[in-house]
Design a protein around this ligand. Structure first.
Ligand code: KIV
Ligand code: NA
Length: 276
């Protein structure tokens, strides 16, 4: 049965860890669904891991829509959360609402994720009131990388940690049904999970959050960029893929591919007719 926002709340209450994984295309979404992962995130990390940008800042609503549609086709039974991309929820609320509607209705996801607190809290409240389930995102918020001055651990002082807890409570009060917390000390991850009723889903936030999320390409070792400390590479698929590609090139150059097995043939009569 497809999970809902209340399933995730119940999982937290029953101390069942929530698993979330990113996916950006149909075959990956299908694999994630087959692995019985609880939730799929169509993250704007797609800008880096599949579109080749060096941050999430160039990602557009159309990019998110395009990939959400593909993920939805590959995983019809899994709860899908899609990121609202850079600067798509910071202006007039009517515009935010229209972009949110587009991603939800045309993309077919079940919820949207927004980074930050402050003024975003009211946006979360209004979107929730409009009937859109919202996931918050605190700690390292990659869309603000320019303001944060790089990708670094957040909430390291008691003061910063208190601010994070306060932000999380505000997002919860505004109606967010879960919060992703990225790159904070494990003590802060734990404190956040203890301070909120809603699930805290960590990435680089230690083992005591209510759930975990990772970027698919990091987990399977399919990429060429920097891999953060908080990633565990469960496999390295780049290596067998590279071997296969090199093997293919060599076989074609050597005239070994294709062979009879991969070729279609005519009957003797047809060959006669062809060559006379
Ligand atoms: O875009 C993304 O993949 C994310 C996760 C890192 C939480 O937001
Ligand atoms: Na993201």
């Amino acid at each position: 049965m497809k999970k809902t926002t209340s399933t995730f709340m119940k999982m937290k209450q029953e101390l069942e860890k929530i698993t979330m994984m990113t996916a950006y295309d149909a075959p990956t979404a299908h694999l994630v669904e087959e692995a019985e992962i609880d939730m799929i995130l169509v993250g704007d990390s797609l800008g880096m891991v599949v579109l080749g940008y060096d941050s999430t800042i160039p990602v557009t609503v159309n990019d998110m829509l395009h990939h959400t549609k593909a993920v939805k086709r590959g995983a019809t039974q899994t709860f899908i959360v899609t990121d609202m991309p850079y600067l798509s929820y910071h202006g007039e609320f009517q515009q935010t609402l229209e972009l949110a509607r587009t991603i939800m209705q045309e993309g077919g996801c079940n919820a949207l994720k927004l980074e930050g607190a402050g003024e975003i809290v009211e946006t979360v409240r209004k979107l929730t009131n409009a009937g859109i389930p919202i996931v918050g995102h605190l700690g390292l918020t990659p869309q603000s990388v320019g303001v944060l001055g790089g990708y670094r651990v957040q909430g390291k002082s008691a003061l910063e940690a208190e601010k994070l807890i306060d932000d999380a409570k505000r997002l919860e009060e505004a109606g967010a049904f879960a919060i992703v917390v990225e790159c904070v000390p494990e003590e802060v991850g734990k404190a956040l999970a203890n301070s909120c009723q809603i699930p805290i889903i960590g990435i680089g936030a230690g083992a005591e959050t209510d759930g975990q999320v990772l970027v698919y390409h990091d987990l399977v070792g399919y990429g060429y960029g920097h891999v953060p400390k908080f990633v565990k590479q469960y496999t390295n698929i780049a290596s067998p893929i590279n071997k296969a590609l090199v093997h293919y090139r060599k076989e074609v150059k050597a005239g070994q591919f294709p062979n009879k097995l991969q070729s279609f043939s005519m009957t003797e009569d047809q060959v006669q007719a062809l060559y006379g």
